[in-house]
Ligand binder design. Structure first.
Ligand code: GLU
Length: 337
């Protein structure tokens, strides 16, 4: 991302709490206004139906761990969650199987290669290395409990709905479009199977993965989902415990290092927050103990990350003091407001 675009936004430190609701509200509105005219990037087209979206859409949402809500622009416009589903399904898998088992099967390191790389699997004896690339995400989906693919899908839909605090549903048009063009993901499923890294029918597992990517969400939903991970696993809007605090920590650690495709290192260096993006234009960034910021805008940079969402979240990370690595001596920090 172009960090020059963030120059002039004072870097507040992460020490302390969020500013008062009114200040956050004003900053969210300002961040939305500020990047509305940025039309750089291009809409994803490798899933045919995604190319038909209105590129002007732009929504921004913040949910605080005390349930405080801020929506700006098209924050309630639906789009498919895509790769962002990976982090929440990963959380459900660790909740079910525990830290060590999922770590052994899926891994936590960067592949250094594209999110849909088959070469990465071949180079590592079929070990997916990381749950945020497609191979690792497919292997993670295979870990979701259920006697049949239908039960696994229902478990994922229910689990992600609990994160969002409302019943999420499938975008059937996106699902059909991707299911008709996902040869590469199916190849990955079979390659995992050939290395003995995944049990079950690869075609069925990839179908469940394709469905999870086609779940319909809004920027507001993503912010609630992220805020649940920021709040030790309790949804701050519904009060429901969705996963344990340990699961949140594990999930956020892996997302911090791998959430923005090949730009993950650059993002962590400049913005300092675990964040996950998806090719439909969504990004959610999580500030542990404070809340989550989500953006939606379809134009993407060359790595596949929404341009406006990155800028607006980067802006808010600075202005709200969310960068996890920015501190100051506690004695000198009275308030971030
Ligand atoms: N469903 C997409 C795929 O598997 C997700 C891609 C993404 O958002 O990165 O190719």
């Amino acid at each position: 991302m172009d960090v020059e675009a963030l120059s002039g936004i004072p870097q507040q430190v992460s020490t302390g709490a969020l500013p008062a609701w009114e200040s956050v509200e004003e900053l969210v509105r300002e961040a939305h206004r500020r990047y509305t005219d940025d039309r750089s990037g291009t809409v994803a087209d490798y899933i045919p139906v995604l190319a038909e979206v209105d590129p002007e859409l732009f929504g921004l949402a913040v949910i605080e761990v005390d349930g405080g809500t801020h929506d700006a622009g098209d924050a309630l416009h639906p789009f498919s969650i895509q790769s962002i589903s990976k982090m929440f399904v990963y959380a459900l898998a660790i909740q079910e199987h525990g830290h060590q088992r999922v770590r052994d099967i899926v891994g936590v390191n960067n592949t250094g290669l594209a999110f849909n790389s088959l070469m990465a699997l071949e180079r590592n004896a079929g070990h997916p290395m990381n749950p945020m690339v497609n191979a690792g995400a497919i292997a993670t989906t295979a870990l979701v409990p259920g006697a049949t693919a239908v039960e696994q899908w229902e478990r994922i839909r229910e689990g992600l709905s609990a994160f969002a605090g409302r019943a999420l549903s499938l975008d059937g048009v996106v699902y059909a479009s991707e299911a008709a063009t996902n040869e590469r993901n199916r190849a990955m499923g079979w390659l995992l199977r050939s290395y003995g890294r995944m049990s079950g029918d690869p075609d069925e597992i990839v179908d469940v993965y394709t469905r999870q990517c086609a779940l319909s969400v809004t920027a507001h939903d993503l912010a609630v989902m992220g805020a649940t991970l920021a709040d030790g696993g309790v949804n701050p809007v519904t009060g429901q415990r969705v996963v344990s605090a340990d699961v949140c920590r594990d999930t956020l650690a892996v997302v911090a290092s791998t959430g923005l495709y090949e730009r993950s290192g650059e993002w962590l260096f400049e913005i300092g927050l675990p964040a996950k993006s998806g090719v439909a234009g969504g990004i959610v960034a999580v500030s542990p103990g404070k809340g989550a910021v989500a953006g939606f805008s379809p134009r993407l940079d060359s790595a596949g990350n929404s341009v406006r969402s990155q800028l607006a979240i980067g802006h808010l990370s600075r202005a709200l003091g969310l960068n996890l690595f920015a501190s100051a001596p506690a004695a000198t920090v009275r308030t971030n407001a």
